[in-house]
Ligand binder design. Structure first.
Ligand code: C5P
Length: 224
C-alpha cells in the first residue's frame, strides 16, 4: 500500500516546505484543484526537483463529454504525471475514451465512485441509490471502461476488490482522535490496510499536524 500526500495548503511555499521536510519518504504526491489552478505545471517540476522519485497524482476529477476528457488526458500525459482521476459517473464512453488515450502511456486512470464527503442521506437525492450499491455499480462500469482503479472510501474497498480486479484508492483517512472535518466515510490507515486498499490519501491530518514528519512516520508504520 502507498501513501499519497494531498498538497492542499493555502500557498505554494507552504506545500513545497512540507514536501522538503518529507523528501526522504517513499510517498506519492497528490496535486489537487487548489494547487494546480494556482500554481500550474511549474509546480509539478518543483515537486520533482525536491525528489525526482516522487510519483505525482493529479487529482482533477474530470467530468465532461468524452472528447473533452480524452484530450485533457492527452495533456496530462504530456505533463508527465503518474495518476489522474476522472468521475465514473461521467459514463462508460468517457471512461473508454480516456483509457484508450492512456493505454500506451504509464498514466494510471482512477475513477471516482462516491466522494468520501457523501453519506447516504446526501447521496440518495442525487443518485437514488445507497452508496454501497452505487459505488459497486460504478466500479464495475469503471472496469468495463478500462480504468486501472477506483476512488472509494475504505468502507467500500473490500467489496469492490472482491468483485473487480481494480486497484482502490481511499481518501477519508483519519486517526480516531483527529477531527473528521467535511469527510463522512472515514477510517484509520490501519483500517484501510485491513480493507486491502492499494493507496490511501491523507491531507489535513498530516499538514495540519504539529509535526507532520512524525505523523507521516506513524502512518507509514501502520500500513507497512
Ligand atoms: O484533508 P483530507 O485528508 O480530508 O484530504 C483528502 C483529499 O482527498 C482532498 O485533496 C480531497 O480533494 C481528496 N478526495 C477526497 N475524496 C474523494 C476523492 C478525493 O477526499 N472521493
Amino acid at each position: 500500500m502507498q501513501l499519497c500526500l494531498a498538497l492542499d495548503m493555502s500557498s505554494r511555499e507552504e506545500n513545497l516546505a512540507l514536501l522538503k521536510e518529507l523528501r526522504d519518504f517513499d510517498i506519492w504526491v497528490k496535486v489537487g484543484l487548489r494547487s494546480f489552478i494556482r500554481d500550474g505545471k511549474e509546480f509539478l517540476n518543483e515537486i520533482k526537483a525536491i525528489n525526482p522519485n516522487f510519483k505525482i497524482f493529479l487529482d482533477l476529477k474530470l467530468y465532461d463529454i468524452p472528447n473533452t476528457m480524452a484530450t485533457a488526458t492527452q495533456e496530462c500525459i504530456a505533463l508527465g504525471v503518474d495518476m489522474l482521476t476522472i468521475h465514473a459517473s461521467s459514463g462508460i464512453e468517457g471512461m473508454r475514451a480516456v483509457s484508450e488515450v492512456a493505454k500506451n502511456s504509464s498514466l494510471l486512470i482512477f475513477a471516482v465512485t462516491a466522494l468520501t464527503s457523501f453519506e447516504d442521506c446526501t447521496f440518495a437525492p442525487i443518485y437514488n441509490a445507497t452508496i454501497a450499491s452505487h459505488a459497486k455499480t460504478l466500479a464495475l462500469l469503471a472496469q468495463e471502461g478500462g480504468c486501472n482503479g477506483v476512488v472509494c472510501s475504505v468502507l467500500e474497498s473490500k467489496e469492490i476488490k472482491s468483485s473487480t480486479s481494480l486497484l482502490t484508492l481511499t481518501p477519508g483517512i483519519r486517526f480516531e482522535e483527529t477531527p473528521t472535518q467535511d469527510q463522512k466515510r472515514v477510517a484509520t490507515p490501519k483500517g484501510a490496510k485491513e480493507a486491502g486498499a492499494d493507496f490511501i490519501v491523507v491531507g489535513r491530518p498530516i499538514y495540519q499536524a504539529q509535526n507532520p514528519k512524525i505523523i507521516t512516520e506513524k502512518i507509514l508504520e501502520e500500513i507497512k
